[in-house]
Design a protein around this ligand. Structure first.
Ligand code: ARG
Length: 468
C-alpha cells in the first residue's frame, strides 16, 4: 500500500520553500471527485506510453514496466485497495506516483511529452464519451417503452389542453408520441455533441505542444478518437464540449420535467387519468390514504440542478484567458452530477413508462366536458360554405347556450342546433362525437388513430436502423 508521501516527492515541490497549509491542500485538491476518472486516466496513459515507445522516446522495456504497473493499479482500484492521497492532489498524480513505486524510472518517464493539462482534458473527453453512449442507450430504451404505451393507446381518447383548459379531443397515443419526438431530438443533440467531445487533446502538453517527436494520430486511433484537437492552446483550455453536454442534458431534463408535471397531474385523484406502479411511489407518514408520485416530482426537482450545472460551467468559462487555468478543475463536479442525474433519471423513467396504467373511462369522461368538439362544429359549418369567422361566432353562441343549460354540444337536439345555423343537419352528430373528431385529423402529425399507428411504425423503423 502506498505510504503517505512527503512534500518533497510532489511533482512540483522543489520550486517551493514552504508547504501549503492543510486548508489550501484541501481547497486545491480534486482527487476525491476526479478519482472516478481513474480508468480513463489509465487508458490515456497506456496509449501515450505505447506511442512514446513506438516513437523510441522511451524503451520497449519501459513501456512493458508501465503496462505491468498499470495492471496492478487497476486491480488495486477494483479491489478498493488503492490508497487515494489528498497530498497528491488529483487522480493523475495519485496514479503516476503509485506507478513510479511499482515501475521505478519507467513510471517517471510516462509523463514525457505530456502535461496534466492535456491529460485531464483527454480524461474528461473519454469519460464523457462513455457517458453519452450510456445516455443514448437509455434514451433509446425509454423511447421504445413510450412507443409501446402509445401503441396500446392509439385509440384512447382524452382531452387535449391549451392554457390548462380542455381544448380538443386527442388520442393518448398521440400525446405520448409528442414526448417520443422530444426525446428523439435529445438523442440527436447528444449524438451531435459526441462528435465534438471525441477529439484528442493529448500532445498539446501544457499549452504549446512538445519538443518530442510524438505521433498524435497514433494515440487518437488507439483511444478511439475521431481526430486530434488542432490547436494546443484551445485543446487544453476550452470546455465548450462539456457546456454543450450540460445544455443537452438540461434540455433532456426539461423534457423529463414537463412529462413529470403531466404524470403528477394525471395521477392526482381529481384527474385520475393514470396510475403509476407502486414501486415508483411512496406513502405519507401521517395520511394513510396517500400514494404520492415521488419519482416524477423528484425528477422535476432535479431538473433544477442540471440547469444550474449548465450555468455553472458557462460562468466558469467566461472569464478565462488562454490557456489552462485552475478554474477548469471546477468543471468536474457539475459535469459528473449532470451525468449521474440524467442517467439515473432516464433509467428510472424507461422502467416507469412500463408501469403506467391508463384509465380510459376517466380520460373519456373528461373529454366529454369542456366543449372539446366546438372546433369540429365550426369546421363542419365552414365545409358547408360558411366563412370561418362566422362559423366561429355561431358555435360560440351554441357553447353559451350549453353553458347555461349545463350540457354538452352533442346533447343538443338537431332543431336546437339549427337555431345557430340553418346549415346544420343530421350528419353534424358525426363531428360532435369524440371518435369522429380525432379520426378527422387524418394527416401527418395529426391525432387520428390511423396517423398515430403510422407514426409509431415510422419511429420504430427509425430506431431500428439509426445510431441514435
Ligand atoms: N486537477 C487538474 C484539473 O482538474 C488537473 C490539471 C492540473 N494542471 C495544472 N497546471 N495545475 O484541471
Amino acid at each position: 500500500m502506498t505510504a503517505q508521501l512527503s512534500k518533497k516527492s510532489e511533482a512540483w515541490s522543489a520550486r517551493f520553500s514552504e508547504p501549503v497549509s492543510d486548508l489550501v491542500k484541501r481547497y486545491t485538491a480534486s482527487v476525491f471527485f476526479d478519482k472516478r476518472m481513474a480508468e480513463v486516466d489509465i487508458q490515456g496513459s497506456l496509449a501515450h506510453a505505447e506511442m512514446l515507445a513506438h516513437q523510441k522516446i522511451i524503451s520497449t522495456k519501459d513501456y512493458e514496466d508501465i503496462q505491468r504497473g498499470m495492471a496492478q493499479i487497476r486491480a488495486e482500484i477494483a479491489e478498493g485497495k488503492f490508497e487515494w492521497l489528498l497530498d497528491l492532489e488529483d487522480v493523475h498524480l495519485n496514479i503516476e506516483k503509485r506507478l513510479t513505486e511499482l515501475a521505478g524510472d519507467a513510471g517517471k518517464r510516462l509523463h514525457t511529452g505530456r502535461s496534466r493539462n492535456d491529460q485531464v482534458a483527454t480524461d474528461i473527453r473519454l469519460y464523457m464519451r462513455a457517458a453519452i453512449d450510456d445516455i443514448l442507450g437509455l434514451l433509446r430504451e425509454f423511447r421504445l417503452a413510450l412507443l409501446d404505451l402509445a401503441e396500446a393507446n392509439a385509440d384512447t381518447i382524452l382531452p387535449g389542453f391549451t392554457h390548462m383548459q380542455v381544448a380538443q379531443p386527442i388520442t393518448f397515443g398521440h400525446h405520448i408520441l409528442a414526448y417520443v419526438e422530444m426525446f428523439g431530438r435529445d438523442a440527436e443533440r447528444m449524438a451531435d455533441c459526441r462528435k465534438r467531445v471525441n477529439r484528442l487533446p493529448l500532445g498539446a502538453a501544457a499549452l504549446a505542444g512538445t519538443t518530442f517527436p510524438i505521433d498524435r494520430e497514433r494515440v487518437a486511433k488507439a483511444l478511439g478518437f475521431d481526430e486530434v484537437c488542432r490547436n494546443s492552446l484551445d485543446a487544453v483550455s476550452d470546455r465548450d464540449f462539456a457546456i454543450e453536454f450540460c445544455a443537452a442534458a438540461a434540455l433532456t431534463m426539461t423534457h423529463i420535467s414537463r412529462m413529470s408535471e403531466e404524470l403528477v397531474i394525471w395521477m392526482s385523484p381529481r384527474v385520475g387519468f393514470i396510475d403509476i406502479a407502486d414501486r415508483f411511489c411512496t406513502g405519507s407518514s401521517i395520511m394513510p390514504q396517500k400514494k404520492n408520485p415521488d419519482v416524477p416530482e423528484l425528477a422535476r426537482g432535479k431538473t433544477g440542478r442540471v440547469n444550474g450545472h449548465l450555468i455553472a460551467l458557462l460562468t466558469l468559462m467566461k472569464g478565462q484567458p488562454l490557456a489552462y487555468n485552475k478554474d477548469n478543475q471546477e468543471d468536474k463536479e457539475p459535469l459528473f452530477d449532470a451525468v449521474d442525474t440524467v442517467i439515473d433519471t432516464l433509467r428510472i423513467f424507461a422502467d416507469m413508462a412500463r408501469g403506467i396504467t391508463v384509465k380510459p373511462e376517466a380520460m373519456r369522461a373528461a373529454a366529454l366536458q369542456g366543449y372539446a368538439t366546438a372546433t369540429d362544429l365550426a369546421d363542419y359549418l365552414v365545409k358547408k360554405g360558411l366563412p370561418f369567422r362566422d362559423a366561429h361566432e355561431a358555435v360560440a353562441h351554441a357553447v353559451k347556450v350549453c353553458v347555461d343549460k349545463e350540457c354538452d354540444l352533442s346533447d343538443l337536439q338537431l332543431d336546437e342546433l339549427k337555431n345557430f345555423s340553418p346549415l346544420i343537419e343530421q350528419d353534424v352528430f358525426d363531428v360532435l362525437s369524440l371518435e369522429g373528431s380525432v379520426a378527422a385529423r387524418d394527416h401527418i402529425g395529426g391525432t387520428a388513430p390511423a396517423q398515430v399507428k403510422a407514426a409509431i411504425a415510422r419511429a420504430r423503423a427509425a430506431l431500428a436502423i439509426a445510431a441514435v
